[in-house]
Design a protein around this ligand. Structure first.
Ligand code: FES
Length: 210
């Protein structure tokens, strides 16, 4: 019973949504749509955003892929990148910033380009997520290329404790595998290939046959 009642830390590791604790600047001029004719936009960023608009033509549904494109271009959602995306989309930078600050996966400050999210939510916590995060911090905490952090449930509780390495879901990760995983992250290698969610056979026999 004591085991069941033990304290499980929640909402720690800086995993809350950024920006909500910052007051709005009431003195600021109203936002305007940047001039598409005079705003310089890198070619690959423009192409990625225009492709997103083709795929998500309704309303503001291209905002999220556009923000991902900005993050891929600059390593974070920089004000310059948001201004450029706003020019291509014909919307204000404020509209894009509102979306970027709502979602936890968009970085509003420059951080390491390799994103390693360790899930520290309930299912993962119960099987050692905190120890996993601590072990990875010990290995990678000083690496400026790596944005390592705890995260709320990543939706892969069946492979707990797990992490997302640049979007690749890996788990269950054993503490003994952390040095190997850290090395793969440093080198840009495939993370723990045998533990990747995408390589698991599907329970649906029709899908498994394909
Ligand atoms: S609790 Fe970790 S993936 Fe859901």
């Amino acid at each position: 019973m004591a085991d069941v009642q033990r304290h499980v830390a929640r909402f720690t590791h800086g995993s809350r949504i950024p920006g909500w604790d910052r007051a709005a600047d009431l003195e600021k001029e109203p936002a305007v749509v940047p001039d598409a004719a005079t705003t310089e936009v890198p070619g690959e960023l423009r192409a990625a955003i225009e492709d997103a608009v083709r795929r998500f033509p309704v309303g503001d549904s291209a905002f999220i892929p556009a923000l991902y494109a900005v993050q891929a271009q600059y390593g974070w959602c920089s004000p310059e990148g948001i201004e450029q995306a706003a020019a291509v989309l014909g919307r204000t930078p404020a509209a894009l910033t509102a979306v970027a600050t709502f979602y936890d996966m968009f970085e509003m400050e420059p951080l390491g380009r390799k994103s390693v999210y360790v899930c520290t939510n309930i299912s993962c916590s119960l099987v050692g997520a905190d120890q996993l995060l601590a072990a990875l911090e010990e290995e990678l905490g000083e690496d400026p290329d790596v944005n390592l952090r705890g995260f709320e449930c990543l939706g892969a509780c069946d492979i707990a404790p797990m992490a997302s390495v640049d979007g690749v879901y890996v788990g269950p990760i054993e503490l003994g595998e952390v040095p190997e995983l850290a090395n793969q992250i440093r080198q840009g290698d495939d993370p723990l290939p045998a533990k990747q969610l995408i390589r698991r056979p599907c329970a649906d026999p029709k899908v498994a046959e394909q």
